[in-house]
Design a protein around this ligand. Sequence first.
Ligand SMILES: CC(C)(COP(=O)(O)OP(=O)(O)OC[C@H]1O[C@@H](n2cnc3c(N)ncnc32)[C@H](O)[C@@H]1OP(=O)(O)O)[C@@H](O)C(=O)NCCC(=O)NCCS
Length: 143
Amino acid sequence: MVEQPSTPKDFEIYYQLRYEVLRKPWGHPVGSEIDETDSTSIHAFIKADDKAIACARLHFVDDTTAQIRYMAVHPDYQGKGLGKLVISYLEDIAKKNNRLEVILHARENAVDFYKNCGYIVNEKSYLLWGKIQHFLMQKHLRI
Ligand SMILES: CC(C)(COP(=O)(O)OP(=O)(O)OC[C@H]1O[C@@H](n2cnc3c(N)ncnc32)[C@H](O)[C@@H]1OP(=O)(O)O)[C@@H](O)C(=O)NCCC(=O)NCCS
């Protein structure tokens, strides 16, 4: 069910979901959903009817740590366990690549979701666009 985008069409719908869920509601332009680390990251998504409905991205910070970013589930599909599936898929990839922990910066509204996935809050981190408080969260992976 969770897969990695591979075709240009896959990447188009994958980035579209990131834009729709994480950028558009705050008035940010198309293109702001992509960053310079994307080309070296591992991307995961779930498709339904040729649309992306859940997605996130993993990149390796160093030899021990991986980071998840851009976790997004389409509003019509939230609360159905899809976010948790994507997180678990990316954690498995981190484990297979010998990382010991995953970190992420959670939006305040998503902190309890990540706690449910086994993450703990380390500290308050940055305030995105002067509006969205983030919290640095961490999970040790059981190898
Ligand atoms: C936060 C988000 C990724 C969660 O994805 P989801 O698919 O709705 O979550 P799931 O259905 O997989 O939830 C997994 C578990 O977490 C719980 N959970 C999910 N969101 C929660 C929340 N906001 N508060 C408390 N618990 C929550 C669910 O009840 C579920 O519990 P269960 O396993 O005991 O049944 C999704 O709601 C979303 O995309 N939100 C908007 C974008 C966003 O804030 N992204 C995070 C950026 S850091």
